[in-house]
Write a protein that binds this ligand. Sequence first.
Ligand SMILES: [Zn+2]
Ligand SMILES: [Zn+2]
Length: 334
Amino acid sequence: MSEVRYNVITGDWVIIATERAKRPEDFTHVKEKKEVAAYLPACPFCPGNEDKTPDETSRLTDNEGKWAVRSVPNKFSAFSPEGDVIRHKVESRQYISGVGLHEVIIETPLHNMTTALLPVGHVEQILHMYKSRLAAFYEDTRVEHVILFKNHGEGAGTSLEHPHSQIVGTPVFPGQVMGRLEEAIRNYYYVNFGQCSYCQCMVDEMKDKARMVSENKSFIAFIPYAALSPFHLWIFPKRHIACYCGITDEETADLAAMLKEILLRLYIGLDNPDFNYMVRSLSPRETSSKYFHWYIAIVPRVSQAAGFELGTGMFINTALPEASAQFMRAVKIE
Ligand SMILES: [Zn+2]
Ligand SMILES: [Zn+2]
């Protein structure tokens, strides 16, 4: 019999198909290995082609003064950075002018690199860029919510091979984010009686250990009890804080080590799977929120949501979270 597990953080029911669960190694999609050069003359993100992107908004440099990480406006932005947010409502029809911010964070000059293989110090620079751009986006009063994410591989929706992340400031508060926030508020006041449900979840996972993947001074990485999909992973900061911008330099170094380690475990364990990761955070104005806790969700794209998921909002996970976590812990990363 399968188990229908409840995800207290997202408010989702997940069917864990325990009996027909696949073995962790069965999620490896063996891809054709192609040789990719470190530099592609036609790539707009490769060094020397800086004039092919809109003017950069920020850059971090290496010891030699060359750029290491750049942030540039997205040429194919979903939003226009000019204009005012104007709300229209006619009877039941409503829309808001598509004003917002959208930048691409070019993570490294090397075209064929990936986070899992970057030096930790370089990952740290990417994370510093995340922090400064997130803070800058929230300074724009037209922006209601900012989402930071990375798409890795075609199966995760990326069209450009050069390693990059994206940051989008939207003029509306997204429905899914609203759902998570409502869940957090309800848990705080009515379920946990004044305790953050993320902090509670972290204590429980560290005690149970079955789904833990890694831990350092400031972060834990684990597969949620009711993971929505196979190898869905969460990285939680141990310190309760609602906005990513509140992260200290020491925590940024710890997060770089953790993110690299987890992505390396996936890279080796599942043979470089396509994945998305998202930084879920409130705004700097809400840093001290008692019920929300910023975190990173990593979603390897090793299975596909289909009609059942679309029709119910429930998920079927064909991997047992405990078995996936054990597999991830066992991956040799030295
Ligand atoms: Zn490139
Ligand atoms: Zn918390």
